[in-house]
Design a protein around this ligand. Structure first.
Ligand code: UP5
Ligand code: MG
Length: 190
């Protein structure tokens, strides 16, 4: 992987902040490949085996699946792609995720994109999404917010001391959010 001249961007933000929505626009404009850790896990949860059931249970409870598993899925997706530019959406989410990533993948991001939003608006968005996700209910959303505040924010803080973290106001229209994001990618795609 080290030889592929990879460009990675970590995309973070609370549940419903618009990570997936903005990643789709970055893909369209800049030719990145979008790897959502949550999406990769949701594919895996349907495998019908014991691991799948374990993942399903954890997502439903708003808990994090073991870091090794998530890292393995992300690296597998990177390896089998012919692209070299990746958006890693929704990862790392806690310090252990980050530590395992550094140890196993050893790949640093170009920068971290942090989409900021209010819980009130994010909750409204998630509850009206209607994609049949097991974790889009009031009880699980509150657990997801708690995990984000207690474990993901400290990881973002950590990155602020060692990398570039671009903070974006996610509480605007989809187009307006993207107009803040767009200039960040121009220099890294040339
Ligand atoms: N929407 C988006 N932008 C809007 C805007 N500007 N104005 C109005 N509406 C907007 O957006 C959510 C909804 O809002 C959509 O309907 C959209 O149209 C609308 P979306 O772009 O989907 O938001 P996103 O930030 O992607 O929200 P998501 O719910 O996917 O974030 P989560 O971080 O909660 O979910 P994720 O899929 O990343 O993870 C799910 C679970 O997987 C975790 O809780 C955990 O259990 C597990 N997981 C791990 O264990 N480890 C990992 O590393 C990753 C996940
Ligand atoms: Mg998402």
């Amino acid at each position: 992987l080290q030889s592929k001249n990879l460009k990675l961007v970590f995309v973070t933000g609370g549940p419903g902040s618009g990570k997936g929505t903005q990643c789709a626009k970055i893909v369209e404009h800049f030719g990145f490949e979008h790897l959502s850790a949550g999406d990769l896990l949701r594919v895996e949860q349907n495998s019908g085996n014991e691991t799948g059931n374990m993942i399903k249970g954890m997502i439903k409870e708003g808990k994090l699946v073991p870091s090794e598993m998530t890292v393995k899925l992300i690296l597998k997706a990177i390896s089998k792609s012919s692209n070299n530019k990746f958006l890693i959406d929704g990862f790392p989410r806690n310090d252990e995720n980050r530590e395992v990533w550094d140890r196993v993948a050893g790949l640093s991001p170009e920068f971290i994109l942090f989409i900021i939003g209010s819980e009130e608006e994010m909750q409204k968005r998630v509850l009206s999404r209607n994609e049949g996700r097991d974790d889009d209910n009031l009880e699980t959303i509150h657990k997801r917010f708690k995990l984000f505040n207690e474990h993901t924010l400290p990881v973002v803080k950590h990155y602020e001391s060692i990398a570039t973290v671009h903070k974006i106001n996610g509480m605007q229209s989809i187009e307006d959010v993207f107009s803040e994001i767009r200039p960040l990618f121009d220099p890294i795609v040339q």
